[in-house]
Design a protein. Sequence first.
Length: 136
Amino acid sequence: MTGKKIVHTSGKRKRSVARATLMPGKGRVKVNDIALEVYEPKTARLRIMEPLALAGDVAKEIDIDANFKGGGIMSGADAVRLAIGRGLVEWTGKSSGLKEEFLAYDRALLVADVRYKEMRKPNDSKARAKRQKSYR
């Protein structure tokens, strides 16, 4: 197995956790065993393709297999996007300047967005908005 470069990375967004594996190949990308070209919805597909488009020719030389669990479709797409972005930076190395390009485009390609849904409070229907009291 010497000579073959394989990179494993992960990303999180809300309740979604994604893991991506980058290996030498022909530019194929799979998300949860579905080819990226047919992945639905289209907005999630376009979000996942952003780091690949910014990487350019580097993305055409590697195969990416990404899986995510938990959360919704868009938070899963953002988690996969983060994992792919981190993997591409690790794959190319520090001298390529890809990290600076990702940070200039969108910091969320390399740094996780740690915001979560605020939990519902006991004896109330919502997280923040309180019920109005009527004294009459």
